[in-house]
Design a protein around this ligand. Structure first.
Ligand SMILES: [Zn+2]
Length: 253
């Protein structure tokens, strides 16, 4: 289910968001450059706290499923030497801005938001992955530019704007790549019938983040059959396998 997004007006509070525990800019991966430190993945379990997301056929809430999956994916990735930060590890409310601020603060190499879907008629099923558009490059986000510049101490502001655009362009390609991997990995485990493809739309915007970012909808939690499957540990294990594999392969390339 989509995160409700109200993104258009408020400036990002960089002074607060970027204030603590910043990695040195020289350790960040740039376009064409390779990271000089172990990769960092930010996993974002959708919803949480007062925002339960979609409710499933079994009474399972999307916020519970997303946290269960993200926690297991994190464990898997850590055993492979990949550093992982979770935007939440408990049932708590987070704004989209807080989620993105974490990803920016730790200078994540990838941002993966995990959700489950719902449909008005409870008849849809399948999995899909959204390419999260940074600041709305393909939508009408140009006007937001002045609010959402990545902090670049000591860099000329005009140059910084150009760097932002270059990074976001590269990130879009990588995000599309990751989204395609995610769909392939899910298809291998969940079957081709449920493949709803890679998507991009104006609802899925990440203000501020410059790293490749995707949002995976692992299935329809309110579908009478698929919703029950999503509550099964064996099916959850398939989803964890798929998400972890896509991320691992993406980082290895
Ligand atoms: Zn959702």
């Amino acid at each position: 289910m989509k995160q409700p997004t109200k993104l258009a007006t408020a400036p990002v509070a960089w002074g607060i968001a970027a204030g603590a525990a910043l990695a040195s800019p020289s350790t960040a991966s740039g376009p064409g450059g390779s990271p000089r430190r172990p990769p960092i993945v930010v996993l974002d379990p959708g919803h949480g706290g007062s925002n339960p997301g979609a409710t499933g056929a079994t009474g399972l809430h999307e916020k519970q499923l997303s946290l269960t999956l993200a926690t297991a994916v994190a464990d898997r990735l850590r055993t492979r030497g990949i550093a992982v930060e979770l935007t939440r590890t408990t049932d708590r409310t987070l704004t989209l801005r807080q989620r993105v601020a974490l990803a920016d603060r730790v200078r994540a190499d990838l941002f993966v938001s995990i959700h489950a879907n719902a449909s008005p008629t409870r008849t849809q099923r399948g999995y899909e992955t959204y390419v999260l558009t940074p600041r709305g490059i393909d939508v009408d986000g140009r006007a937001l530019r002045s609010d959402t510049t990545t902090p670049r101490p000591g860099v000329d502001p005009d140059v910084a704007l150009v760097l932002d655009d270059v990074e976001r362009g590269a990130s879009q390609w990588e995000a599309a790549d990751l989204a395609a991997r995610m769909q392939r990995a899910l298809r291998d485990r969940r079957g081709g019938d449920g493949d709803r493809g890679v998507r991009q739309d104006a609802q899925h915007v990440l203000l501020g983040a410059t790293m490749p970012a995707v949002l995976v909808e692992v299935g329809f939690i309110d579908h009478p059959i698929e919703g029950r499957q999503l509550a099964e540990p064996a099916v959850q294990a398939q989803l964890v396998d798929a998400i972890a594999e896509a991320i691992t392969d993406q980082l290895a390339d």
